[in-house]
Write a protein that binds this ligand. Structure first.
Ligand code: SF4
Ligand code: SF4
Length: 317
């Protein structure tokens, strides 16, 4: 047990019911090798601690402006006057990320927490203390701990340490993963992982690479190897308009899942939503953002029924 081992987290959420069975505490680790344009937690993608800004909390340069004075690199200036959602106009600070070195001085000065640093180095001891506060709820609900991200297996030693410590205390464990990591890492965590929440984003490897930045062969192969090694899987398919939401694509999903069916407890269909859009803005990167209409309930139901025809247990959400 390494008491000094640290990992970079960006959130720890108690009372989660979306991240595996029962009531869970989910530890979100920072950094991911994939770039899903619809990502609902884009703040998780970068591996470093980074500055975020939430306009709804900002009091404006005239009423506050504390951040303007503190930046050692002149990255914070007055932006243009804009319409204030609360009425009238407001001048927000403008932050030039090309000049910013993420020192955090402006976030320290911002008492409204409009500016904040996302990403915290925490010891395994500290994370476990937080987890153990929730242990009574795990026992009552059949829940436990989920290590998520980002891609938590990009911090393999820290993830393994947390999983081992949870298992020592009899806590159910889940690993929420993209599967895009070397098999040797999965092999190490497998004995301490009760279930893998495993994303299958697209069956077409060329399209997977074009849209997400990496191909899917490693992901599919790791799913097969987990199944072949006695691991349990909750497969998660994000249903994304114009990407993977066709009947033909779901036939490909069904054909793949049929080969590992005995290891699959459930297939979760997760409809695209627009929650990530406002979070992208918080990162101050001016990146192009994917926006589409969420799939209809009728489409979700028909895709669910399509997979159920193959004898799979399927749920939406
Ligand atoms: S975090 Fe960036 S913008 Fe803020 S004070 Fe430091 S260098 Fe300037
Ligand atoms: S210190 Fe915070 S609240 Fe004040 S202007 Fe800057 S970002 Fe807005």
């Amino acid at each position: 047990m390494d008491k000094q081992l640290t990992g970079k987290t960006y959130d720890i959420q108690g009372f989660s019911v979306q991240d595996g069975p029962g009531i869970r505490t989910t530890v979100f680790l920072k950094g991911c090798p994939l770039r899903c344009p619809w990502c609902h937690s884009p703040e998780s993608q970068g591996f470093a601690t980074e500055l975020n800004w939430m306009s709804v909390r900002c009091l404006g340069a005239d009423a506050c402006g504390k951040c303007l004075a503190v930046c050692p690199h002149g990255a914070v200036t007055r932006g243009p006057e804009r319409e204030n959602p609360a009425g009238g106009t407001i001048t927000y600070p403008d932050i030039d990320k090309t000049k910013c070195d993420e020192c955090g001085a402006c976030a320290d000065a911002c008492k409204a927490n409009a500016l904040y640093m996302c990403g915290e180095d925490q010891t395994a001891d500290a994370v476990m203390r937080r987890i153990l506060r929730d242990q009574p709820f795990f026992e009552e609900s059949g829940g436990g701990v989920t290590i998520s991200g980002g891609e938590c297996l990009c911090q393999p030693e820290f993830t393994l340490e947390l999983l081992m410590r949870c298992k020592e205390r009899g806590i159910h464990t889940a690993v929420d993963t993209t599967g895009f990591v070397p098999w040797e890492i999965i092999e190490k965590v497998l004995p301490y992982t009760d279930v893998f929440l495993y994303d299958l984003k697209c069956m077409d490897s060329a399209l997977h690479k074009q849209v997400i930045g990496v191909p899917n062969e490693l992901i599919l192969e790791n799913a097969r190897r987990i199944a072949g090694s006695g691991g349990r899987l909750w497969l998660r398919i994000p249903v994304i308009p114009m990407f993977n939401d066709s009947k033909a694509h779901f036939d490909e999903y069904a054909a793949f899942i049929a080969g590992i069916k005995d290891a699959v407890d459930i297939v979760q269909l997760l409809p695209y939503h627009k929650m990530g859009v406002s979070k992208h803005d918080r990162l101050l990167k001016n990146e192009k953002i994917f926006v589409a209409e969420p799939p209809t309930d009728e489409l979700m139901q028909s895709l669910k029924e399509q997979l159920e025809e193959y004898g799979l247990k399927v749920r939406v959400h």
